[in-house]
Design a protein around this ligand. Structure first.
Ligand code: CMP
Length: 144
């Protein structure tokens, strides 16, 4: 069953030159990049993306950070991709992100944590539609 998730290398990850490393990890795992773009997130898009956190004390900082420089947004596909990619990211809290995960290898701060990925198939659908038109998402021919 084909599944998709939304992944974004955050401004700190782009600025630190981690885009290639991160894409490599997904490719080596056998996942497919179905869409990808670099952009600077607008204020409106940032607030829509993080709408579920609007009431949190860290919301203004989160929105300010995500707009602070270019990001790389991707649609990644593969079997069980939502939980699989979350496991490859590691925990949001750096105290709990294991070595071998992207955050466990590259992040030390809850806010500046290099990468975002959808936490459920419903979130994935919503987040993909915020960043991509259907015409921007490629279809791979496949034998599986
Ligand atoms: P992300 O996976 O992009 O989704 C929500 C983000 O909120 C999360 O990564 C963190 O970067 C951020 N976040 C969560 N908790 C806190 C916090 N206590 N302080 C600052 N940022 C937070």
């Amino acid at each position: 069953e084909l599944e998709r998730t939304f992944v974004m290398v955050k401004p700190d990850g782009v600025q630190r030159g981690l885009v290639g490393e991160i894409i490599s990890r997904f490719e080596r795992r056998g996942l497919k990049i179905a869409a990808m773009k670099m952009l600077v997130v607008s204020d409106e898009l940032a607030k829509q993306h993080y709408a579920e956190h609007a009431s949190k004390p860290f919301f203004p900082g989160l929105v300010g950070f995500i707009k602070s420089g270019p990001v790389v947004a991707m649609v990644v596909e593969g079997k069980n991709v939502v939980p699989l990619v979350r496991s490859m990211l590691g925990a949001t809290n750096p105290a709990n992100s294991n070595p071998g995960t992207i955050r466990g290898d590259f992040a030390l701060d809850t806010g500046r944590n290099v990468i975002h990925a959808s936490d459920s198939p419903e979130s994935a659908k919503r987040e993909i539609s915020l960043y991509f038109n259907t015409s921007e998402i490629a279809t791979y021919s496949r034998i599986d």
